[in-house]
Ligand binder design. Structure first.
Ligand code: MN
Length: 164
């Protein structure tokens, strides 16, 4: 049977996956900076699959952290639904309900509740790639104050691991 390309009038869109060097990529999806400014994150970028349109009132993003990299330690009201797609690393969390650090790997699922400091870190020898689902309407993340940084560094569970 002859293969037909029917891109323009297709009832669905499929963005095919491919590797680009050692990076996960999807056709027609731009690789974006994780944050515009700051030195509190390292070697992380993002690709946005759904951006609040397409009849979905949420955003689905893929974050890829290179070995040794990490996301910014941040706090916000909105929640994250996270699924690890690639590699391994760890997640740190801190709130008035306690602190936590846990190794995470492919196919693990992480729920980050409201008002919880959180940070994702790739292992030293492996990428960490994860899908992150957020509501379209959401508050902006905030960074810790100097006082909060001191409390985070003094925490017996995550203090030695948190990157600020
Ligand atoms: Mn966050």
């Amino acid at each position: 049977m002859e293969k037909e390309a029917r891109v323009s009038n297709a009832p669905i869109s499929v963005r095919s996956f491919h590797m680009e060097g050692d990076a996960f990529r999807w056709d027609d999806v731009d690789v974006k900076e994780y944050r515009k400014v700051g030195d509190f994150f390292r070697d992380i970028n993002k690709q946005v699959f759904f951006d609040g349109e397409h009849g979905l009132s949420c955003e689905l993003r893929y974050f890829e952290v290179k070995p040794g990299g990490y996301s910014s330690l941040e706090l916000h009201e909105h929640v994250h639904g996270v699924l690890i797609l690639r590699g391994h690393g760890r997640v740190l969390a801190y709130s008035d309900r306690g602190s936590h650090i846990q190794d995470i790997g492919e196919h693990d699922v992480v729920h980050v509740p409201p008002h919880t400091w959180h940070q994702f870190q790739a292992a030293e020898d492996e990428h960490l790639g994860f899908l992150c689902l957020v509501e379209n309407e959401r508050d902006r993340p905030r960074r810790p104050t100097e006082e909060e940084k001191e409390a985070l560094r003094a925490d017996p569970t995550i203090g030695d691991y948190v990157r600020l």
